[in-house]
Ligand binder design. Sequence first.
Ligand code: UGA
Length: 449
Amino acid sequence: LGAMPLKISVIGLGYLGATHAAAMAELGFEVIGLDVVPSKVEDLSRGVSPVYEPGLEEILQRHVAGLPGSTGRLSFTTSPQEVAAAADVHFICVNTPQRAGEYACDMTYFDSAVEALAPHLDRPALVVGKSTVPVGSAARLARRIAELAPAGEDAELAWNPEFLQEGFAVRDTLHPDRIVIGVTSERSEALLREVYATPLAEGSPLVVTDLPTAELVKTAANAFLATKISFINAMAEVCEVADGDVVKLAEALGHDERIGRKFLRSGIGFGGGCLPKDLRAFFARAGELGASEALQFLREVDSLNMRRRASMVELAREALGGSLLGRRIAVLGAAFKPETDDVRDSPALNIAGQLHLQGAEVSVYDPKAVENARAVFPTLRYTDSAVEAARGAHVVLHLTEWREFQELDPAALGEVVTTRHILDGRNTLDASLWRKADWTYRALGRPTA
Ligand code: UGA
């Protein structure tokens, strides 16, 4: 690879890939994005993001070729040949979901991305894995690329896990906490240093390592975060029987710098397309490798987390005097967390669904995720506002902590409900404000008054 500026491809244009492609263009590279879904490519080619992610569309508008006033550095295609011909560095960002009916990771999309690209790599190229995968995948894929690519050993593989949080994807990609690269040659390292020259110059630390360690950094980070959340939720269970307040407990714990305040928010637990499935894939993989004992505790982290959803359903039943049948429930929130329209493994939607299946009449409102929620759970009733969802409700459940919900006026909402009963699944509403407006406020792991 000569002195020409690097050209970059991004394969798989979901939350991760669309953001990465846009960020690379923002850093000044010429970028071509590929997805097998033509409608995604069409949307992106018009500067429209296939997902809701704050700030992403602005960057797309600045760079997508053919848009008025754009730099033209960013284009999209469905053709692997085109991508192989255009770029030197290929980031693979396809999703690696949980396998149906199993805990293990489904590598189908990743494997087919490699199978489609590698046969066209006829000059020096670097394929960079970004998706979260079971440790050992990179070594296997490196061998496969060497077999398939006409360039042979000149087509290399590196691993560069991504740590972005949905809702902060643009910030996290342009200003990462750290950059981790797993490489097998100096050439790959030099290329990735060139790609990340700007964030490196701005002080993002770089960790250079081998392929398996790079894969593990990602899985270990997500397992740690999941463990931290389940830890505080375990404390909430203890608070419930001991009459303690988990919110105060977390605040006090967080002042210890060794513990830290982040990811100690207790509530209905973690969801999303990453933490739950990465956790499960991790202990499934450890089992395959003969290290299941080491990760036995992660099974407990998972079941503690799932118990939170059931506890919320029970709290609702209790608030309704023991039966859900025919009772009206308003659910505020469907996304797995605020600032995203993502409902993958969403605790909020899961709880809404359980309540519905047990006979309640559930109305759901979410500022961004209603369309995605409807696609997953069409039989729930969806509304355009919190007030509409709450109309006639016997109990209101706050399940995704959008700012909009913290700003609700309890008195005004109190006018439309049948019973002033609010259950805070995220511990972010101001309990005293609601109680002052004559609501019964309840939350998991907190005293009743
Ligand atoms: C997570 C990680 O935080 C990222 O570092 C990682 O890159 C990403 O997965 C990934 O693997 O791609 P994300 O899934 O976007 O990011 O969401 P988080 O902000 O981590 O939240 C995950 C879940 O935990 C949400 O349901 C959230 O509500 C819940 N959570 C988070 C809590 O219940 N309590 C907390 O204190 C923090």
